[in-house]
Design a protein around this ligand. Structure first.
Ligand SMILES: [Zn+2]
Ligand SMILES: [Zn+2]
Length: 318
């Protein structure tokens, strides 16, 4: 059996990625940072760059065709892309320490990856993201992010996309555009908004301090955003992370991801781009760990109503 494949759960329609390469990831020491310039991966650093991940969960290989070896055993070969984006040459910097211009350049690497991955008809979704801190499993200190290219639309995104398509069919308008209008009217879950975007703790937040940032305008991909919209994203995301640090009186672990339209998929102009900021931190002392209810049913129990969390974050936004 190949140790790298993608299997489908026939009961839930969900994909699970199997990749033994991930187990081989080394625990790196600070003195052997592979992302500091001068390393084989980054001989010289001049601006944020994208390099292949040496321990990819997904890798370009055989054509990802669905194979069934039984009524309930559907799989495809492991296929996809895993890149790393090195943000800066400053080993001890953090994302929020970077200048707006540097983060804008990181966005440019996300845009170029999106355009490049889109040329491969087997790639259906691109996920640029950053894991920061031990509590979300970051293994390297050096400021960096990752970009995954999936051969399938990931489970949660597919559910969202299906809802958006059904809404469009029924109402001939964008579900997300309508949703953010409703949130703006209610106001209580909004942490910041300006001419370009709205940042909020969604009505349906799974974790206490989940923050979604949506452009006001209906855009599918980051490259369709104006410089002014990107500037608003950069400053709002930085401010939100800083506010969360202030609430918890420490540097929180978080993950930040960009959700754009699926690639090489019909109806891609229906998707409404957004950023998702997640921290497992639920109060000053503790993290939200997934317990039996979440792991066995994927039904979340959140100890804080989103409007209360939004109020706490809003108070800290400068
Ligand atoms: Zn380094
Ligand atoms: Zn929209």
């Amino acid at each position: 059996m190949s140790q790298r494949e993608i299997r489908k759960n026939p009961f839930t329609d969900e994909w699970i990625i199997y990749s033994e390469a991930r187990q081989a990831r080394p625990d790196r020491k600070k003195d052997s940072c592979p992302l500091c310039s001068g390393s084989p991966e980054v001989p010289e650093f001049t601006e944020p760059i994208r390099i292949p991940n040496k321990f990819p969960a997904l890798e370009i290989g055989k054509e990802p065709k669905k194979i069934s070896s039984g009524e309930f055993q559907i799989k495809m070969s492991n296929y996809g892309r895993c890149d790393i984006v090195v943000y800066t040459n400053e080993h001890n910097f953090k994302f929020i320490d970077l200048s707006d211009e540097e983060i804008f350049q990181i966005f440019q690497t996300w845009i170029s990856a999106t355009k490049e991955f889109n040329l491969d008809k087997n790639i259906k979704y691109i996920l640029p993201f950053e894991n920061y801190g031990e509590d979300v499993g970051a293994t390297l200190i050096h400021p960096h992010g990752q970009i995954y290219g999936f051969p399938v639309i990931p489970n949660l995104v597919e559910k969202e996309f299906d809802s958006i398509k059904q809404f469009k069919e029924k109402n001939n308008s964008c579900m997300v555009c309508n949703y953010i209008e409703e949130e703006k009217e209610k106001e209580e879950r909004i942490i910041f908004h300006d001419i370009n975007l709205v940042a909020l703790v969604p009505y349906f937040a799974r974790h206490a301090f989940d923050v979604f940032v949506y452009p006001n305008r209906h855009v599918n991909f980051l490259h369709q955003c104006t410089r002014s919209e990107m500037n608003s994203f950069v400053s709002t995301i930085k401010q939100t992370i800083t506010s969360l640090n202030s609430i918890f009186e420490k540097e929180i672990s978080y993950s930040l991801s960009l959700h754009q339209s699926p690639l090489n998929t019909q109806g891609s102009n229906m998707f409404h781009l957004y950023f998702k900021l997640h921290t497992p931190q639920r109060n000053i002392k503790s993290l939200k760990l997934l317990g039996a209810v979440e792991t066995s049913t994927m039904t979340y129990i959140n100890g804080m109503l989103p409007e209360i969390a939004a109020n706490k974050i809003r108070e800290k936004m400068s």
